[in-house]
Design a protein around this ligand. Sequence first.
Ligand code: ASP
Length: 321
Amino acid sequence: MMAVMRAAADLRFSERHLLGIETLKPWAIQELLDLADGYVELNRQPEKKRPLLRGLTQINLFFEPSTRTQTSFELAGKRLSADVVNMAVRTSAMQKGETLIDTAVTLNAMHPDVLVVRHEHSGAVALLARHVECAVINAGDGRHEHPTQALVDALTIRRRTGRLEGLVVAICGDVMHSRVARSNILLLAAMGARVRLVAPPTLVPTDVALYGVEVAHDMADGLDGVDIVMVLRLQLERMEGSFLPSVREYFHRYGLTREKLARAKPDALVMHPGPMNRGVEIDGTLADDIERSAILDQVELGVAVRMAVLEALTRELREAA
Ligand code: ASP
C-alpha cells in the first residue's frame, strides 16, 4: 500500500487510453476512485453540468448491446459538456462490410477526442486504439476486460464499507465468460482484497491458477465468512456447447438466495453488474432488498466513475489547449 500512499503527492494519472485494469497501478485506481467520489455528490444536485470537456467530442461505438454502460457514458460526457455522438452500429457501414480498422480510421478523420468502444471480441478495442489518435476507453471487449465496471464495483464497495484492503470478495457464477470478473479480480488483487471464485468446474477459466485466487465449487464453502458477494450473469450468448445441466439446476446449486447468503458475514453486501436474470443466478427479492443489495448503487455510481475516467484521460489535452 506504500505506492498508494505516495501517489496523491507526486503521481497523477497519465495513461493515454483505458483498455484494462491490468496496466493500472494501485495509485492510479485510487485516483480514479477519488475523482469519482466527487462526481457522486455532483450527480445528486439538480444542476449537474460542468464545463470541463467543453469543445471536446466523444463518440460511443457499441458493437454489442448495452443499457447501463452506454447510457452512463453518454450522461457522463454530457454532464461534462462534451459533444457526445452515439454511433448506431447496426445502421452503420460496419453492416456493409467495413472492417474495424476502416471504421477506426474513418472516425479518426473526424477528430474525436474520446472513443468509447464495446466489441464482442477480446482485444478488438486495443487493436482499434492503435489506429486512432484520440483516447480510447474499453467499454467491454469479449471476455477480456470491462475496466469501468470494475471501478464502479470498487467504488460501491469502498463507499459502503470504507475500504477495499483486507476484504474477502466472492465472485460467483459464470466467471469463464465474464470480462467483469477478470477486471474485478485484477483490481481487487491490486488493492489488497482477497478474491474467491465460486462456480461449477465448467465455468471456471482454465488459466485460473494465474490469477492467484481461491476457488470453491460449492456455494456454502465459497460464501463462508465473505464480506462481499458479487453475482455474475449466466452469459448464454458466449457459451458454445453445454456448460450446465439446466438453468433450474443451476439456480438450485448456484443461484444466490437468502439461505445461501447466510454463510457470508451478517452484513455482507450483494452485488451484480447487470443485466440480471432473476431466478437464474439470483433470487429477485434478494436483489431488490436495499438492506443487502448494492445493485442500484452500482448503477448510480456508474455515471460518476465514467465522468472521472473522462476527466483523467482528457487532462493533458485540456491543459495543452
Ligand atoms: N454488463 C456486463 C458486461 O457487459 C455484464 C454482463 O453482460 O453480464 O459484461
